[in-house]
Each structure stands twice: as C-alpha cells, then as structure tokens.
Design a protein around this ligand. Structure first.
Ligand code: ACM
Length: 680
C-alpha cells in the first residue's frame, strides 16, 4: 500500500539525493552505473502477487514476455501489484536505448522509446533485486553514452560451440552490451558453413592439432573433416540462425567478421587458385588481381548477409603481408589498370570494391584500422586497434570509429601478475587499466560524436578452453560495459571495483568462470615506491652503437637511474627497450665511491620478441678510460611461454666513479628491456 511521505521520509529522501550527487552508485550497485538515481527507503516486492503488463509492438512484447517468464521474477495474471513495461516517449532522454524506471511499493513501471530500452530497464531491476526479492522504490533515469558496446570473440584459433556463445550473450546483455562480433575466419580454422564452398568446412575448419600453439609452431596442416587428426569445428547455417536469434532476443546484434585480404591461409589452402601463386600452404593473402577472388568473396558475403541481419559486416583488413603482390602478374596488372601507386592502394582497391558490393545490399562495412592505409572506403567504419590513432584519423575524415585499442581493450592480456596467471598473449592489463580508458578524452564535441562505440576483444591463441575464455572476459568486459554506458564524469575506480566484485560473485554463482577479483595479486612490488640508490639521478651515457629505442624510451637518457621501476609489462613506459645493439651504458657517480652491488632486471616474453640477455658484463673505472671487469654473467636464453623476470647483478666490494653495464642478446636477437641499474 502507498504510504504518505512523512516529513521525516522527505528529509531522508533529500539527503539520499544530495548523497547521490556525490556518487550515483552509492545507493545502488547497478553496473554499468546509471545516469541518474533517486531512491527512497521503501521497497517493491516481487512476491508472486505481481501482474506483468507490456505495452509494446508484437515482436518486443513476445521477446520481453519470453525473457521475463524465464527470469527469476515471478508473475501472476491477477496480481494486485504490477510491473509495467511501456514503449512511449520519455522526456529528457536522447538515446532510443534509454529508459526510466519508476518504482513505488505497488507498481514498477519502465518506460522507454524502444524494446531495447525496456530490456535495459529490466536488467536494472534484475541487478537491484535482493535476496528477499525486493527492489528499492524511487526513480532511475538512464541511457548509454555510446551506441555500440561490444565484445569480440575469436572462434577461429579455438572453436567454441553455440551453447557457449549463447551463455556469453546472456552475460553481456545483463550489462547492457549490444554487439557480439564473431571473428569467424582465420588461418587456424574457417568457422561458418558456406553452401557454395563446401571445402571451407569439410577441410579448412579442421587442423592437425587441438591447441593453436602446437599447430602454429608445428606443422600448420589442415585435415579432412571426420579424419582422426581433425580438430576444430564450425557453425552450420542453422547454428548461426539460432545464435543470431538468441542474441536478438537479448537486443544484441551479432556482427560476423570474414577476413580479407589477409589471415586467410585456411581459405587459400582449400582453394589455392585464389592466391597469387596457386600453391596450397604458401599464402596468407588473397590475390587482389584475380577476378576469382571477388567472385569468391561476394558469394561468401552474400550467404553471410542472408544469415546475419546486422547493419555492419566486418571485413577484417588487418595485418596483410602483401608479400606476393609485387611479383604477381595479376596484381601488377590490376595496379596498372587502376592507377594504384603501391600495395596499400591495392589493398584499398579491394576494400572499396567489397564496400560497394556490401553497400549494394543495404549494409555497411567495418574493418580493422589498416583499412585506412591506401585510402579509406567512402562509407567505412574503422575499428581502431593499433592504439587510438586509427580511430582519430577516421573521425577526422568524417568516418565513425569503434575504439578497441590494444593497450586497454585486448582481453587476451594478463589481468594480474603474470606469475599468478595462466599464459596470456599481451602485457599486464588489469581491470583498473581497462577502466582508465576514456574513448572521447581530448576530443572536440564534433570528433566525439563520431566515436561510435567501444569493444573488448578476446583473441584466443592461448585460450583453448571455455573456462579460460570466461576467465579472461570477466570482469574486464564489465569495465568496457561501463565505459560504453555511463557518464565519464562519474567514473571512479574504487566505486566501480566494489560493484564489479559483486557482479563477479553473481556471475560465478551462475556458473561463469570469472576471475576472482578478491584474490587479485596486484602490481609489481618494485613499482610501489621509488628505488633509492647510489646511482639515482646520476648521468648515463649510451654507447653510440647501442642507443635505447625511441618507441620504448621510458623517459629518455635518465630512465635507468630515475628510481622508477618497471611494472609487469614492457609497454608501461617504465622499461627501456633496446633492439639489436644490446645495452652498453656508463653511469657517472660524480665522484669515486665504495660500491657493494650493481644490478638490473630484464624481462622475457618471447611472443613479442622480448628476451633475456645471453651475457651481461659489469665493470668499474675511476677515470672512464680503464675499466675493470667486476663480473661477466652468462645465461643460455631459451624460448619459454609467458612472462618472466631475471636480475643480472654483481655484489662484492670495489671503488668506482664510473660503472659500465653491458647486456648482449642471445641468438634470438630481438628486444632487451631493463628498467633501472641499481648501485648500492
Ligand atoms: C588484430 O588484433 N590483428 C586486429
């Protein structure tokens, strides 16, 4: 029954609102944080005495009825109380996905301009629901910041079945995400049935080894479906229809990615006539000169567009080696005929031509940021992954961009201290780092308008199991969800983390293998305070043949004696990188001093070509001319998995003004990274 709001209650309401202005989520744990929350101290109980009323178009009505009937909320036709969902204009909202939730003790009403808005209001109700089946009374007015809030899942490097995909759709929908991008094709396996090209699924979907890393660093052979050596799988067209519908019923659009012109070894082994040399197992890039390539791609895309109703079709476009194009007669002929200056323009020719085809079917293309190289196709949207520059270049030329920069949105990176984690691909990228990303920071209003969305990407080279996929996605995708939805001015990591911990508990209770945030190990302990030592602030001279690399300068010539230690990752701007020449530096202590140790840490991460030194020589001098060797440390550098650290140092007793520290690469060459040369 409705109670009169007494003076005391009104006062309480006033303070609650005042508090809300400090932090929208102090009063509720909803994730992503809503735009505006005004809660009172009463409750609405879903106690079985609630009638469900939906005022919406037929499709939305059916979708929402089915969803709510399967939810933990119980309804009865003749209930005294009601949950009303109504599509209607909502004052003050600009996004069609926004909603207003108004709850009294007798009635909960969600009003939105679309079925999606109603669905998001329902998600808020489900998140507010306590153990007693009640939600607080009050009003929440809410809408997203960004139109596109996505998760990309790579199903090529390892294949995951449709039920697993549906499970992830349930989870991301709960956090108001609205796009699932499936990376369906790549060297490691083609994953979608295409009726016109049966070899794609009879052969190119299967490989000789179950684990990508054994296969990729091994024979890289494909296999006939059903043969004993065949590992992999694919979605039939019925599977795809089922996934697309399941997602649509949760207001998620599934975007298919069909890679071109590169990452296509599997296609070019099944159909070698589409490569420049016509040899199986030799090429990753389609022949861009051959008309057969366009025939193939258009036929494939025709079937793909029949299955996926999404506005966007992702056409890949990343990391083309273009190696065979300069010597391929057909590619060269195409370049001449089309007046193309270089192979980048040749790639751009293919993308533009495919765009024209896709546009002719009423759809749009989206591609990785390499589609900017050689000139962007007129209507294309760019998915910015190599940092944020691609996205910025796109918006500066009037194109839309979905931001997925590797340093913030690549969920295959380590989410905690590497030694506590299963092997991952990229560097240390904890929840806090993901959450720190603001896709519109520093942009003008005009530029920000073209930032269409944000997406978390999970590549699965090193993620062979469903458990690990979930472990890497959750909770970091929650940070992506909140960046995409909530007001950046409200962003506060500690507040978010509290809500994320609760969300993780709820996910784990539902059977998701989410990373347990309460067990987070945290940053490298060396980074917690500045290193104080005899060489701190002293001058470092680099040998001419062994400069630090500008891309990893860590602040320049003072980096190795600035007291700042590197974290778990070489990309954190605290590790200084050296390539080929190794390390050869002399530190001037300013005056002769008694020293008892000289040491530096190095890291090894073989996948991006970062290695331990094979030899370190530490020497001392009083005049910088004559150096006495203090120690020579040899180490057999061997490829390993993961990320590790090694200290190379000397300890003893000596006098020195100048200390020379040399580190040499092993046979692998590649990168050396060190953060500080500590002298005691
Ligand atoms: C990518 O990570 N190659 C898009």
């Amino acid at each position: 029954m409705k109670k009169a709001i007494t003076g005391a209650l009104a006062l309480l309401f006033f303070f609650a609102c005042a508090h809300v202005q400090e932090h929208i989520t102090d009063k509720c744990d909803v994730l992503p944080a809503p735009q505006s929350v005004e809660l009172t101290s009463d409750h609405f109980a879903f106690d079985g005495d609630v009638a469900l009323e939906i005022v919406a178009g037929d499709d939305d009505k059916r979708t929402l009825t089915d969803y709510l009937t399967a939810s933990p909320l119980a309804f009865s036709e003749n209930g005294d109380k009601s949950l009303t969902l109504e599509v209607a204009a909502v004052e003050g909202l600009t996004s069609p996905e926004g909603y207003r939730l108004e709850a009294t003790e007798d009635n909960v009403k969600v009003t939105a301009q679309s079925g999606a808005g109603l669905f998001y209001g329902v998600q808020t109700i489900l998140q507010l629901l306590d153990e007693k089946g009640t939600i607080p009374t009050g009003t929440i007015t809410d809408e997203p910041q960004l139109e596109y809030r996505g998760l990309m899942l790579d199903v090529s490097r390892h294949f995951f079945g449709k039920e697993f995909i549906k499970k992830q759709i349930d989870a991301i929908a709960h956090f108001k995400m609205n796009r699932l991008h499936l990376h369906l094709t790549d060297a490691a396996g083609w994953r979608i049935e295409i009726k016109k090209y049966p070899r794609l699924t009879q052969f190119a979907a299967w490989r000789s080894k179950p684990l990508w890393k054994d296969w990729w660093f091994g024979d890289r052979l494909y296999a006939e479906e059903g043969s004993p050596e065949a590992h992999g799988g694919y979605y039939t067209q019925d599977d795809i229809r089922e996934i697309v519908k399941y997602a649509a019923d949760r207001y998620i659009t599934v975007i298919p990615e069909i890679e071109m012109p590169a990452h296509s070894e599997e296609v070019l082994t099944a159909y070698p006539e589409l490569s420049c040399t016509h040899e199986p197992y030799k090429q990753a890039d389609f022949c861009v000169g051959n008309e057969k390539t366009y025939e193939f791609l258009e036929n494939v895309l025709t079937e793909v567009m029949e299955l996926f109703p999404s506005e966007y079709i992702h056409i890949g476009g990343d990391e083309a080696g273009k190696a065979s194009w300069p010597s391929c007669p057909l590619c060269q002929k195409r370049m001449k005929e089309e007046n193309l200056a270089d192979v980048n323009e040749l790639q751009s020719y293919l993308i533009r031509r495919i765009e024209k085809f896709v546009n002719s079917k009423g759809r749009q293309i989206i591609g990785w940021d390499e589609i900017l190289d050689g000139g962007l196709a007129p209507n294309a949207t760019v998915m910015s992954w190599r940092g944020t520059e691609g996205g910025l270049a796109a918006v500066n030329s009037g194109h839309k961009a979905v931001m997925t920069p590797g340093g913030y949105c690549y969920l295959d990176s380590y989410q905690d201290a590497p030694h506590t984690q299963p092997m991952a691909f990229g560097p240390y990228m904890p929840l806090q780092k993901v959450y720190s990303y603001n896709p519109t920071e520093g942009l003008s209003e005009e530029q920000a308008k073209l930032i269409y969305g944000i997406q978390g990407n999970l590549w699965v080279e090193y993620i062979p199991t469903e458990e690990l996929v979930e472990y890497m996605i959750y909770p970091r995708i929650l940070a992506i969800a909140e960046i995409g939805w909530s007001n950046p001015a409200e962003r506060d990591y500690d507040n978010f983390k509290q809500r994320a911990v609760k969300a993780v508990d709820a996910l784990r209770a539902k059977g998701y293998d989410a990373f347990d945030l309460s067990k987070e190990f945290g940053p490298r302990k060396e980074t917690l305070s500045e290193a104080d030592h005899l060489a701190k602030g002293k001058t470092v001279t680099y040998a001419e043949k062994a400069p630090f690399n500008e891309s990893y300068n860590a602040g320049g010539a003072t980096a190795l004696t600035d007291g700042v230690r590197g974290g778990w990752t070489y990309t954190d701007k605290k590790w200084q990188g050296f390539i080929r020449g190794g390390v050869d530096v002399v530190i001037d202590l300013g005056e002769e001093k008694e020293i008892s140790s000289v040491a530096a840490d190095f890291m090894q991460m073989c996948i991006p070509d970062v290695w331990f030194p094979a030899e370190v020589i530490i020497s001392a001098s009083s005049d910088s001319v004559e150096f006495k060797e203090l120690t020579r440390i040899e180490h057999t550098v061997v490829r390993d998995e993961g990320l590790s650290y090694k200290n190379y140092g000397w300890s003893g007793k000596s006098n020195a003004r100048y200390i020379r520290y040399q580190a040499k690469s092993g046979p692998q060459r590649g990168w050396l990274f060190t953060d500080e040369i500590i002298v005691e």
